[in-house]
Design a protein around this ligand. Structure first.
Ligand SMILES: [Ca+2]
Ligand SMILES: [Ca+2]
Length: 90
């Protein structure tokens, strides 16, 4: 039984991975996932301290913080593409 569940999970993960490559919505979901992980205290904003803990540089944070309030909301985070920038980061 557990083996069957495991296989199903692997299949779903593979399917999601496929969709993430094709659909913008899936990519955004991944970004939101990363946002939630980065938002350590769960207040809905990523502060500079949380961002640095989440491997975002202070430069990237400042560039993403469009309204300069010192924290990123989900819109700023998604607009900056921080959740998917690692793939092409140099
Ligand atoms: Ca937070
Ligand atoms: Ca902001």
């Amino acid at each position: 039984m557990q083996h069957t569940q495991f296989s199903k999970k692997v299949f779903i993960a593979a399917a999601l991975g496929l969709m993430a490559g094709m659909a913008q919505a899936a990519v955004d979901d991944t970004a939101m996932d990363a946002f939630k992980k980065m938002d350590a205290d769960g207040d809905g904003f990523v502060t500079a301290r949380e961002a640095v803990s989440g491997l975002i540089t202070t430069e990237a944070f400042a560039a993403a913080d469009k309204d300069k309030d010192g924290k990123l909301n989900t819109d700023e985070y998604a607009a900056a593409g921080l959740g998917k920038s690692e793939a092409k980061a140099q």
